[in-house]
Design a protein around this ligand. Sequence first.
Ligand code: NAP
Length: 251
Amino acid sequence: MKSLENKVALVTGGTSGIGRTSAIAFARAGAKVVVVGRREEEGNETVRLIGEAGSDGLFVKADVSKEADVEATVAATINKFGSLDIAFNNAGMLGQNALLAAQTEQAYDRVFGVNVKGVFLCMKYEITQMLAQGNGGVIVNTSSINAFRPLAPGLSIYDASKTAVVMLTKAAALEYASQKIRVNAIAPGPIETEMLNEATGGNSKAFEGFVPAGRLGKPDDIANAVLWLCSDAADFVTGHTLAVDGGILAA
Ligand code: NAP
């Protein structure tokens, strides 16, 4: 039997990058997967890849910064698959690259709206559903190593938003540990995705020199860690943020 057989997993930001790769990894482990994002074509492509990996998927078009969308996403999950056991709240955005004094109120609201309010809203509706089911659940939120150290000028709002994810994760873990809902976060280093390409102006290879391990991360590096956090092998791990960064935070 596969490790996540009979489980239902929800992945936000499943239309590309880390989210798509993790959705496929969940499918290979036997979970049915709900893919959440705003881009329909990309979301349907992830569902096709989930089918190729031997499981069932559902795409739900939703903006995680909108409460009605998030509530409807959890409802669609239950409608299609009957339960929600695992959630990977991974949707995120960088915002504009600019020094703090040049940032705008709109940029702040948008980045915090997706990266922080989005994680809050997802957890609110996921936890409500998991409590109603009564047999626990597992949540992983996507933070970043930028939560612990601003790696370069220009991303102050993004950095702060990812620190907020660390604390939302700890607070939720504390509040629901007794109901067997585990909540952890992942803090990726530079991972080869569209976002890293955007962050580096198309020059992501230049980042390799900053990584003690000597290479950029791949979406699979994150998916493997997320799968472990969601597995029974991590049953006593909650409230933790796991850096997967080739040693950057150790330096
Ligand atoms: P990506 O390919 O650009 O993925 C970002 C995902 O977030 C997309 O699937 C996007 O889907 C989704 N998203 C953005 N805004 C959304 C919204 N309002 N509602 C719903 N979904 C939304 O980049 P990625 O690297 O895989 O990023 C995934 C996560 O990893 C992010 O939280 C990011 O901050 C974090 N991270 C990445 C790195 C890295 O080096 N790549 C490092 C540290 C942390 P739609 O466009 O379809 O909505």
